[in-house]
Design a protein around this ligand. Structure first.
Ligand SMILES: [Zn+2]
Length: 164
């Protein structure tokens, strides 16, 4: 089954296939749409008093910060794939980061990136809701186990489109 995703922003059209579990595709889709429930949005609407990252407590939490820019995420990427940890792409647009990585990484590495991105979000949620921060090595383990499941995933894929 192919899931077609239309992204509302941008000027190019990309098609990227992934053989990873659906929950990882869904998370990346939500990040690309900037609709992950970080502290950024409720802070802007004065619902919460702080937007500080619940993991590193250093800067405001955004969709790009949690799975990529956070110091905790950098530690995870260093353990999982040093090539990713050394990637210099930054910014507030998750799609921009994704595009950069899609061009940089092999198909297998892209799948690993998506799986570990999912594990980072799960770790963030555990920190927020269970007040427990997993060691980065555990996040890598969870992500890589999820990534390993992708080997057994059938031909399901995801197609990312941006409207021009
Ligand atoms: Zn952080």
């Amino acid at each position: 089954m192919v899931k077609k995703i239309t992204l509302p922003q941008g000027r190019r059209c990309d098609q990227v296939w992934y053989k990873v579990p659906g929950k990882t595709k869904h998370l990346v889709w939500r990040a690309c749409h900037n609709i992950l429930p970080t502290r950024e949005s409720p802070y802007r609407r004065n619902i919460v008093s702080s937007n500080v990252c619940p993991v590193c407590h250093q800067v405001g939490e955004t969709v790009t910060h949690t799975p990529w820019g956070c110091l905790y995420a950098r530690d995870v990427w260093c353990l999982a794939c040093p090539r990713l940890q050394k990637s210099v792409v930054l910014g507030d647009d998750f799609m921009h980061i994704a595009r950069y990585l899609f061009e940089l990484l092999s198909t297998k590495e892209r799948d690993q990136w998506m799986a570990i991105t999912w594990a980072l979000w799960a770790a963030r949620n555990k920190a927020v809701f269970k007040d427990f921060l997993m060691p980065p090595s555990k996040v890598v383990e969870i992500g890589n186990n999820l990534w390993g499941e992708s080997v057994h995933t059938s031909s399901s894929g995801i197609v990312l489109h941006r409207l021009s």
